[in-house]
Design a protein around this ligand. Structure first.
Ligand code: NAD
Length: 361
């Protein structure tokens, strides 16, 4: 089991160190190799995704990724910005399916800005397509774009596109995920989110998902416009089970869903290719405002490591052990600053990691 460890920038190094500590406690044999990515790689090699880092990622079963980015790189040309490293990894590894579970831990019900009854027991999965949509269509308007702006331009546009195989592939992933979840007790429903009322691309999306759905008669399928989905996520989030959508809507809805539970510091994510090789990272960014202070919440990264064990390394029991250990430290009342509330014990990044290690037994 070979893992590429790419901590990145900001709090990335701090939180990944805790996840590595947890992985090393499981009694399993991993080959872990660390490399620079993002701004740290740009500073050292002049590129956010150096050849050696990409090769390490491609040659590994899984990538454990921290976060990239810092405001100090905002002036760089787009291809050299730290965030491009993620796009490069997604493209080269063929990562097309992004999984973002939004789970509400009972002990953290109070951390949400929504009423407890709306989110207590919440367990939904947002699946975002990663390789198509408007992000990869033909951009126009970058006439003079040395610093990311277009002085003198009269218009700019991007084009939205999806191919049938791309939609079929992600639809199968969604139905299969719903089936697995149903076996574990959920409803067995896929909600496909589109904008078929105005966009041709999404009428096509809807038609293809409907066709694929016929192969899964045990799973209910419904369709929802993205504007309604954005409302329903805050109005009645528990009505969802698996949500599948395109790259741009998924980008926005998965962030919205992640905030339902109150802390972005708790939410893992996985991006997978057809061979189950994957990139695992917390849903949040590099948090430059708290970097280096030892206060970041490492649980999203630790839970991402659990997803890695389940999806790419075929170690579901180890994944479950980690998830149970996280529940245990929350039940003990330990909290990093982002999820702290009156009556609980505030701990730092390393203390939280140590507590999870201890809870693993
Ligand atoms: P962010 O997610 O880094 O931070 C948003 C807020 O959440 C901040 O107040 C931060 O302190 C807090 N936060 C985030 N993670 C936390 C954690 N684990 N524990 C406690 N608090 C946490 O988003 P941002 O500030 O918009 O972006 C900062 C940088 O991160 C930018 O350069 C952005 O491009 C980059 N970014 C990277 C990724 C990625 O690597 N996948 C994702 C999003 C943003």
């Amino acid at each position: 089991m070979k893992i590429a460890v790419l901590p990145g920038d900001g709090i990335g190094t701090e939180i990944v160190a805790e996840a590595v500590k947890v992985l090393n406690t499981l009694g399993l044999k991993f080959e872990m190799e660390t490399a620079l990515v993002g701004g740290a790689a740009y500073d050292a090699y002049g590129h956010p995704l150096p050849e050696a880092t990409l090769k390490l990622a491609m040659d590994s079963d899984a990538v454990l990724f921290g976060a990239v980015g810092d405001w100090k790189y905002d002036k760089l040309d787009r291809p050299l910005r730290p965030e491009q490293a993620i796009l490069g990894l997604r493209k080269n590894m063929g990562l097309f399916a992004n999984f973002r579970p939004a789970i509400c831990y009972e002990q953290l019900v109070g951390a949400s800005s929504l009423k407890p009854e709306l989110i207590s027991g919440l367990d939904i999965l947002i699946i975002r397509e990663l390789t198509g949509d408007i992000y990869f269509g033909q951009p126009r308007g970058r006439r003079i774009a040395t610093d990311g702006h277009f002085p003198g331009a009269e218009e700019a546009f991007d084009t939205m596109r999806y191919s049938k195989p791309e939609i079929e592939r992600i639809a199968h992933v969604a139905f299969q995920a719903a089936r697995k979840r149903k076996a574990a007790g959920t409803e067995g429903r896929v909600t496909s989110v589109d904008k078929a009322n105005v966009l041709e691309t999404f009428q096509f999306w809807k038609d293809v998902v409907t066709e694929v759905g016929k192969e899964y008669p045990d799973i209910a399928l419904d369709h929802m416009y993205v504007d309604n989905a954005a409302m329903q996520l805050v109005k009645e989030p528990k009505r969802f089970d698996v949500v599948v959508t395109g790259n741009m809507f998924g980008d926005i809805l998965s962030d919205e869903a992640s905030m339902l539970t109150g802390s972005i510091g708790m939410l893992p994510s996985a991006s997978l290719n057809t061979k189950n090789q994957g990139l695992y990272e917390p849903s949040h960014g590099s948090a430059p405002d708290i970097a280096g202070k030892g206060v970041a919440n490492p649980l999203a990264t630790i839970l991402s490591a659990a997803m890695m064990l389940r999806f790419s390394l075929n170690q579901p029991e180890a994944a479950q052990r980690i998830e149970a250990a996280v529940q245990k430290v929350l039940a003990q009342g330990l909290r990093t600053g982002d999820i702290w509330s009156e009556g609980t014990t505030k701990v730092g990044t390393a203390q939280m990691g140590d507590a999870v290690v201890k809870a693993l037994g």
